[in-house]
Design a protein around this ligand. Sequence first.
Ligand code: PMP
Length: 430
Amino acid sequence: MTPAAAHASRQADLVARASDLFPGGVNSPVRAFRAVGRPPLVLASGSGARVRDADGAEYLDYIGAWGPAILGHAHPAVVEAVRAAALDGFALGATSPGEVYLGETIRAVMPSMEMLRFTASGTEAAMSALRLARGATGRPLIVKFAGGYHGHSDGLLVDAGSGIATLSIPGSAGVTAAVAADTVVVPYNDAPAVAATFAAHRGRIAAVIVEPVAANVGVVPPAPGFLEGLREITAAHDALLVFDEVITGFRVAHGGAQARYGIRPDLTVLGKIIGGGMPVGAYGGRRDLMEHVAPLGGVYQAGTLSGHPLTMAAGIATLALLDADRYAALEAYGAALEAGLRSVAASAGAEVSIARVGALLTVFFRPDAPRDAAEALTADRDAFARFFGAMLDAGVLLPPSQFEAWFISLAHGDAELAATLDAAARAFRA
Ligand code: PMP
């Protein structure tokens, strides 16, 4: 690129330099836009429901920072809370007041989290919850569901969703067979397969980890009775039920999927929204289990930047603005978006199905909504890529993969709904 061209497009210049620095030009594969045949986007700023690239082009945003931005980007209350916290110093290396306040706020909304521990990412939280499950039960095996994504720790990359599904790879190189062998993978929404797994591995399963609404192969809601069945079978076998609510927590209901479906897991994994856009994770649950965590017990887990004061400040400010009315508003936008998309797709003769739970939605390019990862993966990726491109050209930024959820925020209102449906009507025709 000539210097003049670089000057003309700061965006193109940054993409070129990023591609030289970072694998695929990105620091997390889902940002690469490969599956939709586009170069990575460099996003320089965001406010409310909109983000802007490095050249100032503006997009109506449904990536939502991949979940955290439930208030919209740069909400003034969150910005102010972080600014105020920064004046008190960053990580000070001891417990900070904010950890106590945010922990209590989370527990008040999610009472199953009798004790909890903050981490710096969802990956760490899920990995640590499963170490605890093994440590507390003395059993080796974890059951996960095909397409379930629980972060990138070795044992959890087997048959995972998110970028693994987007890139069509079975797992990750670098994971030893020995580690992978301790993870048993079962199809989502398949209760008989879960029962067969417990029968085959009697007394050896420490925990079942599940996204209570699968959201990393696109949105796949739990079939009626599926989560209840997991609760029963884990209890019957003295195994633990771990809900990975990194996406669903504080999103599909104030109290997450466990409140929406009325199931009390033994352990819960959180991330994203509770940090208000700052790096965060948390795991917690039954007090008798959490008492196995160091320094009370023998399950070790730690983090220099865990419970970071700026993260806690952003999380407290975010959760302070969420209540039943806000979830009703998210549900209403989600329902209107779903109905509108169905109608414009039908008018355009597009063969799509739409799956939605609250403020999480996926348009699948297949005639009916999938019940599991295998069905989701049959969706027409090329059709999605064309749809994605047409939406982007119309100023609407979707997650750049068929196998991710659209994230709706409280900054999405009537104008955003109309703009989205207008763009979609044209994109479906294209
Ligand atoms: N669990 C689920 C359900 C997730 O969707 C994700 C990330 N999207 C994670 C865990 C990992 O979280 P993080 O990216 O913060 O490590």
